[in-house]
Design a protein around this ligand. Sequence first.
Ligand code: ASP
Length: 322
Amino acid sequence: MKKTILLIHTGGTISMAMSAEGAVMPNKENPLMQESNKLDSLATIIEIEAFNLPSPHITPKEMLQLRNLIVEQTTAQQIDGVVITHGTDTLEETAYFLELTTNLAIPIVLTGAMRSSNELGADGIYNLVEAVRVAVDEEARDKGVLVVMNDEVHLAVNTTKTSTSSVNTFQSPQYGPIGLITKSRILFHHAPIRRQYVEVNHLSKRVAMLKVYAGMEEDLLDVVLACKYEGVVLEGLGQGNVPPSVVKGIESLIQRNIPVVLVSRCFNGIAEGVYGYMGGGKMLEDLGAIFATGINGQKARLKLLIGLNTTGKPLNLKDFFL
Ligand code: ASP
């Protein structure tokens, strides 16, 4: 029997076209709405246009709306999988947000395109067909939120946009894809060994993120306090180190109960407290900084945002980030 797939459009290049002047823009009519007949042989499609936004316009507010829409729809009717079309710039963030805030066994698959609908070699419809093929595959169940592009299946937790323009932009540094898509089948070769779920229904607390660099000056961390952010993620150097100039700022945030989460600027390896010198990760850990294991800065920021806004009992953030 054909499976039922909930197809949700949110915008992005996959829903855009290039104008005569050479600007890639959203259309009034989403070109994807004309294409669902290409999916008919694969599944029964229920199509919803949630937004038509370039993905730099997507915020956690839209991510939460999307999460609520998925929960509502999958509770109200029999849905065997969800496919979401999304701009690639922030696709990994929406995918990770859904990973942490949904706990469904059915596949949730995000896809996008690097070339808009009327460009030569447009990859949108191809990726959409592949995403639906993955979403109807029995083996895609219980694998967490997935990202499908360019014949590969990636975990939302691991994947990141690595190229500004190439169709193979989504890679999972350190881990690789969890599956390959051939013309006839989906070949999964890895599976996640754990998933986290957090209950959240509002996002009132705010989290900032700063990239650390050689010679960073101390006043930048004051901004976190002055602008009343409730948490901050620092994309630190190497294993999670910072210049001595910012240590005082970190200490004063922690003393005010503003969590400071450290990730690494490196896209391979795990950040952890190793160095005991002034600004070294071990010293920061002793001050109370929290290390995020195995996720990049933008995902750690969402994780902290979700962790601080949970409706369940307050989380032990240190354990949550392990
Ligand atoms: N700037 C576009 C967006 O994220 C890029 C894309 O969709 O590929 O909306």
